[in-house]
Design a protein around this ligand. Structure first.
Ligand SMILES: [Zn+2]
Length: 249
């Protein structure tokens, strides 16, 4: 009887294991260096073909922007719980609901923010040593990303709240003891460039509204090095062609 029960448990475990193997369609491995580097993303899987064939890919070099009279950035911030994750490609902070961006009469809600060293977008042909991407999603599933550049300077006190619990191992997470005040992380002036682009990681999905802030926040050399040493290498996709896209200022 006991033996049978054990056997049943083993069979049940085996069934669950094999089911999960079938259910979890493995995402093709991609990376920033080696065989799975950005230049090869489009060839790694048919799901990633937009990385190669897309005509509205990010990041871009922001220059020759068209001056317009556009609305100010409509951002609302709400304090809440934040969870920091090292996913092997970046360090990401997942946020609670309530942080919104309104653009073209559509409300987008902040999902997470994460970091790149160096910056992915360039401004007038220049990288910044680090950038943050704030990823917003609307009810319809539309995406908008707000890009924040960092320049080298004093230690960033808001970033420090996340950095003191930055997970060094890929796959590990932590709930932040002190949540990052996102408003305080951003510069005072919120002038921005706007253009149409894509996710900068596979599957490189297009139709993303990109908002890149013109003013930078500061970050210390030590803070950049801490991130970089955990990532082990740069995590920026190379600049993509504009293909006739217009950048609005
Ligand atoms: Zn990003």
């Amino acid at each position: 009887m006991k033996f049978n029960m054990k056997l049943n448990v083993i069979i049940a475990v085996l069934m669950v294991t094999s089911l999960s193997c079938v259910a979890a369609e493995p995402v093709p491995h991609w990376d920033y260096e080696g065989e799975a580097k950005p230049e090869n993303w489009g060839k790694l899987s048919p799901e990633f073909s937009t990385c190669e064939n897309g005509k509205n890919q990010s990041p871009i070099n922001i220059e020759h922007a068209l001056k317009t009279h556009h609305d100010k950035l409509k951002l609302v911030f709400k304090p809440g719980k934040q969870e920091i994750i090292n996913n092997g490609h970046t360090v990401q902070v997942n946020v609670d609901e309530g942080n919104t961006l309104e653009i073209d009469n559509e409300v987008f809600t902040l999902q997470q923010f994460h970091f790149h060293t160096p910056s992915e977008n360039e401004i007038n042909g220049k990288h910044f040593p680090m950038a943050a991407h704030f990823v917003y999603k609307s009810k319809n599933g539309d995406l908008a990303v707000v890009g924040l550049m960092f320049k080298k300077g004093k230690p960033n006190l808001e970033l420090a709240k996340a950095w003191q619990q930055i997970p060094t191992e890929a796959g590990s997470t932590a709930v932040l003891n002190q949540s990052v005040d996102i408003k305080a992380l951003l510069p005072n002036r919120l002038n921005f460039y706007r253009f149409s682009g894509s996710l900068t990681t596979p599957p490189c999905t297009e139709g993303v509204i990109w908002i890149v802030l013109e003013q930078e926040s500061n970050v210390s050399t030590e803070q950049i090095e801490k991130f970089h040493s955990i990532m082990h290498h740069n995590n920026n996709r190379p600049i993509q062609p504009l293909h006739g896209r217009v950048i609005i200022d």
